[in-house]
Design a protein around this ligand. Structure first.
Ligand code: UD1
Length: 421
């Protein structure tokens, strides 16, 4: 298993190009199942999760080929060969559950393995299932699989989400495009990745209004056609490198990053004493003179502070002046990075859903273990500021969501390398 070796203490300086958003790319790829015509996606990131989604779609019968240009794929679901998403692929990546809505909408049936628990909490799919039932599907759980049927097709309905879910909003948005009549999604998630999906679906002939709000109205159509769509830049990758500039005290230009997608991050960093400004083609981030100031923040659905940046901001706060209180409201078990950061000298105590971080003057390099995607990148950030050597083990987590991270960071002066076994 590959490891990453970091020799910390170098302020980063230079330009990093932000890739396409993983969390937009995966639902967009699943949307190709809705049409018999090709969907061309551009600006797809080169990541393990994107390859897993491609593998899953191919076994459903989707033909996938390079479409010219970097990160461009044409996905063509002329014939659906199988409506089953097998356990072996779903267990690798939870986002596989996003084929459920498109398959049942297009074929009237779908059999998708239950994703099961994962490192950051139990993460049920009850909202996905309840929503499909509202659209007239019958759903049974059988042998670890969700078995959904809608023999006479789905029918539009009003769905009120009791709590905000990104995945459930995406699944039901896709399913509703081909349902008969009108569907209203109330208390829908508003993440930029959902807006991106809605725009792509409309380009395919769907009739979605209310895009960007928490009330989406979808007028069902008989069929969707082909389209070409470019994936939005990754706001989590953007936020992660914003923290890297802040943590090391350097200055980074994030080419292609969208400041309007990371406003909550900008506000948090501003309070911590970090300068964030819009540049012609992205974002510039630099630390003001002196140490970072501790801040209190809480993760929330968009436009609040993203849970996918909680571990990274915690790594940053370990070296801030004073105390910070970081509260996780989205997932119940998302503090696995805490004991690893503590091994590097961080002073953190967890009380329920909140972590109290008392800033220390410096972290010390240590061997650490990555437990999930965002936790592992927080250890890379900690390694960049720590004195001495840090080795991050189980790097396959990082490869699921960060494209060429060592190359991007070392081009800005970081002493970081991949150790291949
Ligand atoms: C997506 C993102 C993930 C991000 C998360 C929150 C992708 C591939 N993943 O995950 O990176 O961390 O949004 O922004 O885009 N819940 C239920 N029942 C359900 C569905 C969700 O109780 O049926 C709960 C979850 O356990 C969690 C909360 O709702 O506590 C939010 O989950 P959700 O927004 O659905 O996250 P994902 O779509 O899995």
């Amino acid at each position: 298993m590959d490891r990453i070796l970091i020799r910390g203490g170098v302020p980063l300086s230079g330009t990093i190009t932000i890739g396409g958003a993983k969390n937009a790319a995966l639902p967009l790829m699943a949307a190709s199942l809705l049409s018999g015509e090709p969907l061309t996606l551009r600006n797809l990131p080169d990541l393990a999760d994107v390859r897993t989604m491609a593998q899953l779609l191919m076994q459903h019968g989707v033909a996938i080929e390079a479409a010219g240009g970097q990160g461009a794929l044409a996905l063509s679901a002329r014939r659906i060969a199988s409506t089953t998403a097998p356990y072996d692929l779903v267990r690798k990546m939870r986002a596989s559950v996003l084929v459920l809505g498109p398959l049942i909408a297009r074929c009237g049936r779908a059999r998708v393995s239950l994703p099961g628990g994962c490192a950051i909490g139990t993460r049920p799919v009850d909202l996905h299932i309840a929503g499909l039932q509202r659209l007239g599907a019958t759903v049974e759980l059988n042998g670890g699989y969700i078995e959904a049927h809608a023999r006479n097709g789905l029918k539009g309905a009003e769905i009120v989400f009791p709590s905000v879910s990104v995945g459930a909003t995406e699944n039901l948005l896709m399913a509703a495009t081909l349902a008969a009549g009108e569907t209203r999604l109330i208390n829908a998630a508003r993440e930029p990745e959902i807006t991106d999906l809605a725009h792509c679906l409309n380009a395919m002939g769907a009739e979605i209004s209310g895009i960007g709000s928490d009330r989406l109205t979808i007028r069902g159509v008989a069929a969707l056609h082909g389209a070409s769509h470019s994936v939005i830049p990754d706001r989590i990758e953007t936020g992660t490198y914003m923290m890297a500039a802040a943590a090391t005290g350097g200055e980074l230009r994030l080419h292609g990053g969208r400041l309007d997608h990371v406003d909550a991050v900008r506000r948090a960093l501003d309070a911590a004493g970090v300068c964030v400004s819009e540049a012609a083609d992205g974002i510039t981030v630099s630390r003001r003179n002196g140490r970072l100031a501790g801040i209190d923040l809480m993760t929330e659905p968009y436009p609040g502070f993203p849970t996918d940046l909680q571990a990274q901001v915690m790594a940053l706060m370990t070296v801030a002046e004073g105390a910070s209180m970081i509260t996780e409201t989205i997932f119940e078990n998302r503090f696995m990075h805490v004991p690893e950061l503590a091994r590097m000298g961080a002073n953190i105590t967890v009380h329920g859903a909140s972590a109290l971080v008392r800033g220390v003057p410096r972290l010390m390099g240590a061997p650490v273990m990555a437990t999930d995607l965002r936790a592992s990148v927080s250890l890379v950030l900690a390694g960049l500021v720590a004195v001495g050597e840090t080795v991050v083990n189980r790097v396959y987590h990082l490869d699921r969501g960060y494209e060429r991270i060592e190359a991007k960071l070392s081009a800005c002066g970081a002493r970081i390398e991949r150790l291949r076994d």
